[in-house]
Design a protein around this ligand. Sequence first.
Ligand SMILES: *Cc1c(COP(=O)(O)O)cnc(C)c1O
Length: 354
Amino acid sequence: MIHTNTTSNHKTQQFASDNYSGICPEALDYMLRANQEHQYAYGDDAWTQAAADKLRDVFETECEVYFVFNGTAANSLALASLCHSYHSIICHELAHIETDECGAPEFYSNGSKILVAQGAEGKLTPEGIEQLVLKRSDIHYPKPKVVSLTQATEVGTVYSKEELLEIRNIADKHDLRLHMDGARFANAIATLAVKPKEITWQCGIDVLVFGGTKNGLAVGEVIIFFKRKLAEDFDYRCKQAGQLASKMRYLSAPWLGLLENEIWLNNAQHANRCAARLEFELTQFPGIETLFPRQANAVFVNMPPQVIDYLHSQNWQFYTFIGAGGARFMCSWDTSESTIDQLVQDVREGIEQA
Ligand SMILES: *Cc1c(COP(=O)(O)O)cnc(C)c1O
C-alpha cells in the first residue's frame, strides 16, 4: 500500500463537519472587495444593504434580515424573540438547540423551557408536537409557543414541503410559531429542488436561520423574519447579546459572493453529490449500512469498531457520537473526489485487517 507521507499521514480534508472547510473563492472575493475603502459601521454600510436586498430577492418577499456571528446566537436570539420567558419551545430530541447550544436558547429567552419530542429520522411529527402541547394545560407548566425545526436535520434528513405544511397545520391549531434552524438550509434546498420561499414563508415559517458558515463563508449566519412585526426591536436584542458587528460589512459582503450566480446552491449541490457518492461506495462493503436515509450532505453508517479504529489511526476525523459503531461523515462545498477515494481505500484496508 502506498500512502502519501506515512510519517505524519496528514489530511488536507476531513469529514468531521462541513465547518472544517474554508472560505469559498466567491465569498473571499467579496471580503476583499469590501476591504477597498472605508464604510459606515454597525450595518449602515452599502454591502449590508446590498446583501439584505439580495436575500429579499432570493426569498421573493419583503423580510427583515440580520447578520450575526454564529448559529447558536442566531437560533437563540430568534427563539427569544418568538416567546416570553414563561413559554416553551418544542423541538426534536436531537435538535442542535437542545443538544449543542449550552442552554443558550433558555439563557437568551430568560428561561423559556425546551420541550423535546421524538420522531423517526430526526424529524418532528404533527402527532409528536400535539402530544406535548396537550400534555398539560395548567398554569404550572410552561405554555408551548414555538416549534423549532432543523432543515436539513441533525441526522442528514430533509423535511418535505408536505411534512412542513402538516406541521404548519398543527401549529396553527395551537397558536404556535415556527422557527427553522437552517444551518444546512442550502443542502435541503439542493435536495428538494424547490424555491426557498416554498419551504419557508409559504409553509408558514416565521423565522429562518440561514446558515452561511457551513456553506462556504468564513463566519456568519443570517436571521430572516418573514413577519416584520416579529422583528420589532430585534436590533437591540442583537446588540445586547454582543452580536452587532461594528464592521458588519465583513459578515454581509461575503453573502453577496454566495448569493450571486447561486453559488450557495452550487456549493450545497456539490456537498450533497459527494455524500451520495460516499454513501454508494461505503455501502458496497459488507458490514457497512446506512443508519439514516442520506438526503443532504451527511452520511451516517454503522461500521465495525475495528474499521473505525483503523480510520482513526490513519488520522481521519469524523464523529462517532451516535452509539457504538455509528459514524458520521460530512461533506462540504470543497470535498474532493480524491478525498473520498482515499477514505474509501482506507475503509477497504481497515476491513481487510479486521
Ligand atoms: C452547525 C449548526 C448550527 C450552528 O452552530 P454554531 O457552532 O453555533 O455556529 C446550528 N444548528 C445546526 C443543526 C448545526 O449543525
